[in-house]
Design a protein around this ligand. Structure first.
Ligand code: FES
Length: 360
């Protein structure tokens, strides 16, 4: 097949609908959704990146980010691997409703939690640390390494609550068989009467790390999991003497986006010579916002609760229609140019340059 016969690449500027092709159960509460474009497309992204999905539940449009568990080395489809979250509307909706043949709106891929795969980059040794459904971006990285960098030295330590909660266990074992330079270890907090766990038990700690990864300081670390897990991995890496420039963690926890507010700069009042009026049409609120302050930050400071996830212009969660006024906006992939042309803005990274009216 020549290049001419291959489908074009997915272009987030013009493509925005994915079609579910398969749902694969991973554990009792985790499933993988395999997605392709509506028209034949290939996908170009870096392992570890995420996409923002939009679903409408009870008439309300909700945006959520999920990291891709698939590898760009298999470019004809994408996959997200999602855990049911108690009270998590989108995760549960995906489990209960998304079936083969159905469409879902998606934006991206984007994100900077990713391997440097430039061809002139020196070969590196990796350590992937994940807990729970935090396994998805590092699984994408491991799959990619096994597919493309055949002798990349990587250690993959995954922590789960119990053997029944191990995601991708069989595939990881198979990958390690195919690629002897990949070492996989799973750690279970406890076992269950049905499933005795023969491997390491408990939590990731210094003794286990020293035993499994004696050369930790020579490795580049990628860590993904809940906040507490990442904090403890960071402390352990520091304690082991790692140059922390080699430590990478998922900067926000996709699992808790629904309930947590992103970090908003605190010192708003110190800034801003000029201030503008910002009116929100649906909530009928009016606030003041300085020219150096993102609209979201000013709204939060005024006590408004508005949907937002990354607060960095990446995820698209805070997208709103700008009814009137002008803003200065430096985003990071969370909005398409055509959406900007249609009057949409990301309020987490839009600073007013006049009075604003925003539909929200
Ligand atoms: S909160 Fe992510 S783009 Fe604004």
């Amino acid at each position: 097949m020549t290049d001419i016969d291959l489908p074009p690449f997915w272009d987030p500027e013009s493509d925005d609908v994915l079609v579910c092709r398969a749902v694969r159960r991973q554990t009792h509460d985790v499933a993988t959704f395999v997605l392709t474009a509506a028209q034949p497309r290939r996908f170009r992204y870096r392992p570890g990146q995420f996409m923002t999905f939009t679903v409408t539940i009870d008439g309300v449009e909700i945006h959520r980010c999920y990291t891709l568990s698939s590898s760009p080395s298999r470019p004809d489809s994408l996959a997200i691997t999602v855990k049911r979250v108690p009270g998590g509307p989108v995760s549960n909706w995906l489990h209960d409703h998304l079936r083969p043949g159905m469409e879902i709106a998606a934006l991206g891929p984007t994100g900077d939690f990713t391997l440097d795969l430039s061809h002139d980059a020196a070969p590196e040794k990796y350590l992937f640390l994940s807990a729970g459904s935090g396994i998805t971006p590092v699984m994408s990285m491991a799959r990619h390494l096994v597919d493309t960098r055949f002798d990349a030295d990587a250690v993959f330590l995954h922590s789960a609550r119990s053997p029944e909660d191990l995601i991708f266990a069989r595939e990881l074992a198979w990958m390690a068989e195919q690629a002897p330079s990949l070492r996989v270890r799973s750690i279970c907090e406890r076992d269950t009467p049905q499933n005795r766990w023969p491997g390491a038990m408990g939590r990731l700690d210094a003794a286990l790390l020293a035993r499994e990864v004696p050369d930790l300081r020579e490795r580049r670390l990628f860590v993904c999991g809940p906040d507490g897990y990442r904090a403890s991995a960071r402390a352990l890496a520091e304690q082991a003497g790692l140059d922390m420039a080699r430590f990478h963690e998922e900067s926000f926890d996709f699992g808790t986006l629904a309930t947590q507010d992103p970090e908003i700069p605190a010192k708003i009042e110190a800034l801003d010579a000029a201030r503008h009026k910002v009116s929100f049409t649906r909530s009928r609120r009016e606030i003041e916002c300085g020219t150096d302050t993102p609209v979201l930050a000013a709204a939060r400071a005024a006590g408004m609760r508005l949907p937002a996830s990354c607060a960095k212009g990446m995820c698209g969660t805070c997208k709103c229609r700008l009814v009137s006024g002008t803003v200065e906006m430096k985003h990071d992939g969370g909005i398409r140019q055509r959406e900007i042309d249609q009057g949409m803005i990301l309020i987490c990274c839009a600073r007013p340059t006049s009075d604003l009216v925003i539909e929200r």
